[in-house]
Design a protein around this ligand. Structure first.
Ligand SMILES: C[S@@+](CC[C@H](N)C(=O)[O-])C[C@H]1O[C@@H](n2cnc3c(N)ncnc32)[C@H](O)[C@@H]1O
Length: 606
């Protein structure tokens, strides 16, 4: 083994260096992005110059893939990564119009994980690589604000010093949240976080900030700039006496006294664990960027940084790997008055293909065996379409990089029937078909009970896969009716949301669901779906404050008569998406009474 040359003071951890003494570096990927949804795009163009971006995926791959276009272009990056607390963070999903209390465990969902079973070294390897990518994305006058706390703050400071250069460290900001009291500890309560500020190069932006003095007005010495001395000095009157001024403001220093979000707050607090207050981010964004600058948060959680950037007229990019974070952010941004157009993106099947390559070296059986294990099933050799079994049921696993076709499901059903087995579980990442009930019914006619289950994105997270806490949700479908409301106008009404195997949903949750719409948290309509990106034309969603969800859309005007495809998309209380396409004909004059109807030309979901 080569000797590692330590030439400077540095933090080392198991795994930092390769055996040959070179620094371990995670290979950077450059994958294409897919635009999944576009919001608030009122102009007819589908390709505007700039849209703010919310990206669902692992920030390692996301940042690597952004480099081609954005290296050296981002003016401010704030990150609030997991703090290596050893805990997984959950939150209570709300059901329908009910206000669920904290005591109830009915809909407890994991928002994100922060357990590092292989040790803090794996956490630092993860962070070091991301810090390098952040540095490459920053513009020459750009800054990083790195939020952490006592758990690993000391280690992150040393790591960031190495990546950015200790000479580029500007501040250790202490955020003191005076209104959160950590009780029952036999030491002083931990009531602050820290934010490290690094610049990329020697020039950087800084606008001093003012705050109100908690003590009110004070009298203080007036100070002024003395050109000759090149220093700030006490201001003096014509007769040489020092002057005083009264003020209730002070220049902000590196201790920020900002209140923590309160659980009872229903305006800003969206229920996401570890959500930060907007006032904290406002200060950072205002101090270190200008209007029109590009700012980013690659661990965006509920999107606090992005909401603030939007309100302060910055362009923004956000990223999170959890579906809860992405969903909370989407709703939060939609709730901002006059929010500019933004899009959600992912690396889609390319991310999955990359993961399969890195994790299983493209070994298909190893990938299948891995998913089977997570599902609690055993591999089964010698079959064409059947990969394993779980007790009496046979199991088929869909491909990693393509939607599972109805034909492939049919083949597996036929093989199951041929083997005289009565139950088949099909697990897939993506589905070719929208009306899953039709396939289930056709399997039933062949004597096979068919269960269609979604493989969640979390499967790709190392820590999740090891924990065995992966949930495979049953597919659902939407029923809707559409009516021509008037000349050249259309309107959609949701009429049902059917979870195919509700028995797989916990009894606790089912017990609280009073009607099918209680399962829906958000739904939206694309009035002219072009079989690619979902262009949100109308949307409705529940918030912590407003639990009611309208089931009838607004009226959409078309410019001229013709055929269109409407796509209806819903996100349920588990954060899963269901969509359904409807082919409609819009006429210039509504013929006869205006009735709700399910279009006959209904097509499969896109
Ligand atoms: C502390 S929370 C951020 C909270 C956020 N500042 C807010 O105000 O809501 C950390 C977030 O990082 C996300 N995360 C963790 N690892 C990630 C990764 N590799 N890529 C992208 N996001 C990640 C988690 O899903 C979680 O939402």
């Amino acid at each position: 083994m080569a000797k590692i040359q330590i030439t400077k003071t540095e933090l080392v951890w198991p795994g930092k260096y390769n055996q040959d003494g070179t620094l371990t570096q995670v290979p950077r990927a450059n994958l294409p992005f897919q635009v999944i949804e576009v919001f608030n795009q009122t102009q007819p163009t589908r390709q505007p110059e700039w849209r703010n971006k919310l990206i669902w995926g692992d920030n390692l791959l996301v940042m690597g893939s952004l480099l081609e276009k954005f290296a050296g272009k981002v003016d401010l990056i704030y990150i609030d990564p997991p703090f290596a607390t050893g805990t997984d963070f959950s939150f209570t999903a709300q059901i329908g119009e009910q206000q669920i209390t904290r005591q109830s465990s009915a809909a407890d969902e994991t928002a994100y994980r922060d357990t590092w079973k292989i040790g803090v070294g794996s956490y630092l390897t993860m962070m070091a690589e991301r810090l390098r990518l952040i540095r490459d994305l920053l513009s020459p006058r750009g800054s990083l604000f790195l939020h952490c706390d006592w758990h690993v703050g000391h280690l992150l400071r040393a790591t960031a010093d190495e990546v950015f250069g200790a000479e580029n460290f500007l501040n250790e900001i202490v955020w003191y949240y005076y209104n959160k009291f950590q009780g029952n500890v036999k030491r002083f309560a931990s009531n602050h976080d820290v934010v490290f500020w690094y610049r990329k190069g020697t020039s950087y932006q800084f606008k001093p900030q003012l705050e109100k003095r908690p003590e009110g007005k004070v009298k203080q010495l007036a100070r002024q700039w003395d050109k000759e001395k090149g220093a700030i000095v006490n201001a003096k009157s014509a007769d040489g006496r020092v002057m005083y001024r009264e003020t209730d403001e002070r220049t902000v220093d590196d201790v920020w006294r900002i209140s923590m979000l309160q659980p009872a707050d229903r305006t800003e607090n969206c229920g996401f664990p570890t959500q930060k207050p907007e006032t904290l981010l406002q200060r950072i964004v205002q101090a270190a960027s200008c209007e029109g600058d590009l700012v980013a948060d690659f661990f965006c959680g509920s999107g606090t940084m992005l909401a603030v950037a939007e309100k302060l007229n910055r362009r923004w990019i956000g990223c999170d790997l959890g579906r809860w974070g992405i969903h909370a952010t989407r709703k939060r941004l939609l709730g901002i008055k006059e929010c500019r157009p933004f899009e959600t993106l992912s690396l889609g099947k390319d991310e999955r293909r990359h993961w399969q390559g890195v994790t299983f070296d493209r070994d298909q059986p190893a990938y299948v065996a891995f998913i089977l294990k997570l599902y609690g099933a055993q591999p089964m050799a010698g079959r064409t379409h059947i990969h394993g079994n779980r007790s009496e049921a046979l199991v088929h696993i869909g491909p990693v990089d393509a939607p599972l076709t109805a034909l492939a499901i049919d083949d597996a059903v036929d093989e199951c029937a041929m083997l005289k087995q009565r139950e088949l579980h099909v697990l897939a990442w993506e589905w070719e078909t929208g009306r899953c009930d039709v396939i289930v019914e056709s399997a039933r006619k062949k004597g096979v009970k068919l269960l269609l289950l979604q493989i969640p994105r979390e499967v790709m997270e190392q820590e999740v896969a090891g924990s065995g806490g992966v949930r495979f949700f049953p597919l659902a479908y939407l029923e809707a009716e559409i009516k021509q409301a008037d000349d050249l106008t259309m309107q959609v009404r949701l009429t049902d949301f059917v979870i195919l195997n509700p028995e797989l949903i916990s009894e606790d949750v089912r017990g609280r669901v009073k009607t099918w719409s209680d399962y829906i948290d958000y739904w939206a309509v694309d009035w002219d779906f072009q079989n690619d990106t979902f262009m949100q034309g109308w949307a409705a969603y529940r918030t912590r404050k407003e639990r009611k969800l309208p089931l009838v859309s607004g009226v959409h005007p078309y410019e001229e008569a013709g055929n269109h495809r409407i796509l209806v998309r819903a996100i349920d209380i588990f954060g899963n998406e269901t969509k359904q396409a409807f082919d409609i004909g819009v006429s210039s004059r509504s013929a006869g009474p205006l009735l709700w109807a399910t279009p006959t030309g209904r097509s499969a979901g896109a």
